[in-house]
Design a binder for this molecule. Sequence first.
Ligand code: GDP
Length: 330
Amino acid sequence: MTKAGIQEAADLAGKVVRGDRRALARAITLIESTKSGHAGEAEALLEALLPASGKSVRIGISGVPGVGKSTFIERFGLHLVGQGHQVAVLAVDPSSKVSGGSILGDKTRMEELSRHPQAFIRPTPTGGTLGGVARRTREAMLACEAAGFDVVIVETVGVGQSETAVAEMVDIFLLMLPPGGGDELQGIKKGIVELADAVIVNKADGDLKPAADRAVAEYYAALGLLRPANPNWRPPVLRCSALLGEGIDEVWQTVQRHREVMEAGDARSGKRAAQAGAWMWAEIADGLMRRFKEHPEVARQLAGMEREVRAGKITPAAAARRLVSLLSQD
Ligand code: GDP
């Protein structure tokens, strides 16, 4: 990387830390850039931002499309900015394509919050691999923290693949469910329910209220059957109406209570340390896979080798070993 590039990254980092919104937006664009020429600059930027990051409450929220996530985040975010917080919202959607409808799509989501001077809303560009999307979101989260946001909300569409990645980058993972009851829970992958630090039953209003009340009891019973990840924290089941703005503060109180419990036992720093370690391994795996796929000799032999494996002429293990060994023949 050029000297000018390093200087530019340092200048940008300085502006981000001083709370310059446009600089933050530019920083995230640089982080998200897939141009190989930008990688060094983005890395220098992140290193400069790292010491100023880490001070926010990191909240993940997931739920199927239509459950009310954006309505909730709008209310929740406005509630928090009203209390003086600075709120950043990052949205992850690995399922849609770059040119196709992003989750922020054509409809305007979180309209009021997005205009609020204490809020910052940003979708993660889509169409990449889940690993890539997760990495960019993590890095964007660090940039938001460095810019002074003390609450970072990472939203993901509950379609089953991005939840784990998001749960691995936040302090508390909230699962939003419709007021359907136990059957709904069965439709959701058990693994995702296990990730939840709290369940929120939304749409507890009007005709749906009795169903929501029943759902709360059923979800609570269902969650009780799971072994909690932290013995000091039994995931609560909350109800809210994002539409009417009811139950919003209870969610924030739960986030704070969870934080206290985690901090009391040093579980929070332990969790973040474990997340950072896991992140490094994910980067190593990504980097190795990239090198593998880009290796000319691998590229030359891969298809033929796969054909032989499929035809039963060579075992998968032997083929993999031979292909991987090509990496060391540089
Ligand atoms: P998302 O796809 O999860 O972000 O869901 P949206 O926030 O876009 O909400 C989907 C639909 O549900 C919209 O028509 C909302 O007005 C409606 N909705 C959201 N929250 C509530 C709620 O608390 N009660 C009711 N009755 N409807 C809601």
